[in-house]
Ligand binder design. Structure first.
Ligand code: HEM
Length: 182
């Protein structure tokens, strides 16, 4: 048993970070899949720049999110969850949280290996994390792609669970994350 004190709902900052991150990731994944299939040119470069900039934003929000979790805590799992549902939800949430760090870091590393600058909305440029290397770029790009698909699958599972709790179990799981509920 943990001695942690659990608030009844997520903190307002955690809720806003959750929904802004959700919106960004729901743009970044389909955007990433489309951008690599476009013809090389200005449009593709612009979408690559946006992909990297929003990806870095997700990384910054992930750091804020973990900080907010540390200071404000997270609500305890609902009593209505079976032990299996509880384990599944904690597993999905923790894996998604880890991917919010891993995906941007992989993107930053592979862009460094390709020797392209990561310019964040044209405001500043991140330093290169490693020397140029085509084999490393290829390996990192393949990992970024595979984990992107894993992330898409987990997000669909997460959304499916939220819909099931809202319309079938009606146990208020989604309400704990809504900014309107205090
Ligand atoms: C949450 C953050 C991110 C997610 C979910 C994500 C997801 C994706 C996805 C799904 C693709 C398409 C993969 C494919 O179909 O081959 C992609 C491609 C790509 N991403 Fe990301 N990405 C993220 C962050 C970043 C960041 C921060 C950077 C760079 C700083 C980056 C750089 C790239 C590049 C360069 C490609 C093209 C790879 C290639 O040439 O095959 N990504 N990303």
């Amino acid at each position: 048993m943990s001695n942690k004190i659990h608030p009844p709902v997520y903190s307002p900052i955690s809720k806003w970070i959750h929904w802004i991150t959700a919106l960004l990731v729901l743009m970044i994944i389909p955007g990433g899949i489309v951008m690599i299939r476009l013809q090389e040119g200005q449009l593709q470069n612009q979408i690559f720049d946006l992909h990297r900039s929003f990806g870095v934003t997700v990384f910054a929000l992930a750091i804020l999110r973990v900080t907010a979790r540390h200071f404000f805590g997270t609500p305890a799992p609902l009593e209505s969850l079976t032990p299996l549902e509880r384990r599944a939800s904690v597993g999905v949430h923790h894996t998604l949280l880890a991917l919010l760090f891993i995906m941007p870091l992989l993107g930053w590393l592979m862009t460094s290996a390709y020797r392209v600058d990561v310019s964040v909305f044209g405001l500043f440029t991140l330093p290169h994390l490693m020397p140029q290397s085509e084999p490393i770029y290829n390996a990192l790009a393949a990992t970024h792609k595979t984990l992107g698909l894993v992330m898409a699958g987990l997000i669909l599972t997460h959304i499916g669970a939220a819909i099931m709790h809202t319309f079938i179990k009606r146990d208020g799981v989604l309400q704990r994350m809504l900014p309107t509920r205090r």
